[in-house]
Design a protein around this ligand. Structure first.
Ligand SMILES: CSC[C@H]1O[C@H](OP(=O)(O)O)[C@H](O)[C@@H]1O
Length: 354
């Protein structure tokens, strides 16, 4: 395995320029280019356009964006500074609604601000930058731990199906669902991975197939409607996916199409493993019915990737970015604190007590 793909940093703060540098995920795999984000609006746009994407990476970008938004503040008292911060937080929080990591990270930044309320504003700004760095560095450790727990469930020659991209570029490093594949490859495991292309934005084709190919991991790209045949052929031993929000009862929002893959896997007796940092588990959301599913422009379905529209101009569309996989279709939820099994209402809260 060549680990150069693990060296791609999807989000990092350039402290000299005081800008957020992101790997532009909308131009992969055809080019590797980086964008420098200076303002809150730059960060908002980059998250909305999925130039930076993936629940953990969105959270990290949100944290750094909140820092950038107040880093040049001229406020001289806490009350004014807090009010300025809250405007920045509210704006960044409006970029995408489903991945709970964005709100989790912004809440962490607000908590940091409050913990430092007795300091002078310049000192509070320094504390906020440090908190954003901590969130990023913590995510790398979290993803590696998820990979190690997940690898304990997999065997060296397994056939694996994955959907969307929960890879290293969707996080600080390693990814969530792809973390066991990278750690396994380092140990000489010979996984045979089938990557769903994941319409309409093709995160599977453009990002997962690119990541695994770069890493020298055996990957086969398939259309989303081929998941059943590869399972029926007996080529799949496990499904590994990421998540954007896990509810208290284990219902999980992930990229559109995940619930169909999970239902198919149940039919073929194949385990489905959701890979979830605790930062993506939202115990305040009771069930999947309570998860806000982002709706995106219909042009992504029939225009984005084509020279000419592939449907009548102005055709009615429905383009949910995520769907919810009911807990009954999820074999286990793998976190950095361990593996949760049903009933998730009991097992998930225990992980937060560790
Ligand atoms: C570890 S990434 C988790 C999750 O985020 C992706 O959504 P998007 O590409 O819209 O940001 C996808 O659902 C991944 O599974």
């Amino acid at each position: 395995m060549s680990n150069n793909v693990l060296n791609f940093q999807s989000v990092r703060l350039d402290e000299d320029k005081n800008v957020l540098v992101i790997l532009d995920q909308t131009v992969l795999p055809n080019s590797t280019s980086y964008l420098e984000l200076e303002t809150v609006e730059d960060v908002w746009d980059a998250i909305y356009k999925l130039q930076v994407r993936g629940a953990p990476a969105i959270g990290i970008a949100g944290a750094y964006g909140a820092y950038l938004g107040i880093s040049k503040s001229t406020c001289e008292n806490y009350e004014d500074f807090y009010a300025e911060f809250m405007k920045v937080k509210e704006r960044i929080a409006s970029s995408r609604p489903t991945a709970v990591n964005l709100f989790w990270a912004l809440d962490r930044m607000e908590a940091c601000l409050k913990q430092n309320k007795d300091k002078a504003v310049p000192e509070i700004i320094k504390a906020l930058k440090a908190e954003a760095h901590f969130i990023r560095d913590e995510d790398e450790k979290v993803c590696k731990a998820i990979g190690e727990y997940s690898l304990s469930l997999l065997k060296p020659e397994m056939g694996i199906l994955t959907h969307c991209n929960a890879g290293t570029i969707a996080t600080a490093k390693y990814g969530t669902a792809l973390a066991p594949l990278y750690l396994g490859a380092e140990k000489g495991y010979n996984f045979k991975v089938f990557a769903d292309e994941t319409r309409p934005l093709l995160q599977g084709a453009r990002l997962t197939a690119w990541e695994l190919n770069e890493a020298g991991i055996d990957v086969t790209l398939i259309c989303d409607n081929m998941a059943s045949i590869v399972m029926k052929n007996g080529w799949i031993d496990a499904v590994v996916v990421g998540c954007d929000r896990v509810a208290y009862n284990g219902d999980t929002a992930n990229k559109i199409g995940t619930s169909g893959v999970a239902i198919l896997a149940k039919e073929y007796g194949i385990p489905v493993y959701v890979h979830a940092p605790l930062s993506t588990i939202d115990l305040n959301t009771k069930t999947g019915k309570d998860i806000h599913i982002e709706l995106r422009p219909g042009e992504e379905i029939y225009k984005t990737w084509y020279e000419k529209p592939m449907a009548p101009e102005g055709i009615k569309t429905y383009n949910p970015a995520f769907d919810v996989t009911d807990a009954k279709y999820i074999t286990a939820i793998i976190t950095e604190k361990g593996i949760a099994y049903p009933p998730y209402e009991e097992s998930l809260p225990k992980l937060f007590e560790k």
